[in-house]
Design a protein around this ligand. Structure first.
Ligand code: COA
Length: 204
């Protein structure tokens, strides 16, 4: 399991959970099956019911996140207080990752949890050999992690998108030099997983 503390992804892993929580108040971990309900509730609270109508959702629905690239932040009480996932997509035949949703519990905002999730996600994506990440979001927030709209002009989402919010980050030089419609390429959810996900949605 991947696990480390704090706002800076390059920080060395801490060995003691006590030290982790006393220093930062949260840890970042790989998302586990048992985190799904809490993650969905967090996303509903943070983003509202309209989150399922976003264009990005068309690239996620019915798919699993990219292998090893779903993370949560957990507070000292063990509660899920942040979430980010990355998804396999492609444009013009070039593989890319789609990041999102990123959300942090409103009660925990401004403590560096969002930044820690982002830096952890970027580091792990790089380690897994991915070439570029795209997302739809606020440039004033995501530019601190290196995202910009500079190289996304040729990309199209499968639905409406404000062009200045379609942002990209190259992990390997040249990997955003592609164009075309973004399509989902991720592993499909199994039927059992899908119906569990639907139950979670209906319960939400
Ligand atoms: C956006 C979000 C993930 C940030 O999480 P967080 O843990 O509070 O972020 P951090 O503590 O790492 O960073 C806080 C900084 O980001 C800034 N920030 C937060 N949201 C921002 C936004 N939309 N645009 C610009 N800056 C933003 C804060 O003002 C703060 O700035 P400072 O460091 O200068 O004080 C969180 O507010 C959230 O979940 N919002 C609701 C869902 C959402 O909007 N998701 C992102 C979609 S674009």
């Amino acid at each position: 399991m991947s696990r480390f503390h704090g706002a800076v992804a390059e920080d060395p892993p801490m060995t003691s959970d006590l030290m982790i929580f006393s220093e930062t108040g949260f840890v970042i971990e790989d998302e586990a099956e048992g985190d799904v309900l809490a993650r969905e509730a967090l996303l509903d609270r943070a983003m509202g019911p309209g989150r399922r109508r976003k264009s990005s959702e068309k690239l996620r629905r019915g798919r699993l996140p990219s292998a090893g690239l779903a993370f949560i932040a957990r507070n000292a009480a063990g509660q899920v207080v942040g979430s980010v996932r990355l998804w396999d997509v492609a444009a013009g035949g070039a593989p890319l990752l789609l990041l999102g949703p990123l959300a942090v519990d409103a009660a925990c905002e401004g403590k560096g949890i969002g930044s820690a999730l982002m830096r952890h996600a970027i580091t792990r994506a790089k380690e897994r050999g991915h070439g570029a990440i795209v997302l739809v979001g606020d440039a004033p927030y995501y530019q601190r992690f290196g995202f910009s709209a500079d190289k996304t002009g040729g990309l199209m989402m499968p639905g409406p998108v404000e062009r200045h919010r379609l942002l990209g980050l190259e992990l390997v030089g040249g990997c955003l030099e592609t164009s075309g419609l973004l399509v989902a390429t991720g592993r499909r959810e199994l039927r059992a997983t899908k119906s569990a996900a639907r139950s979670v949605e209906q319960a939400a």
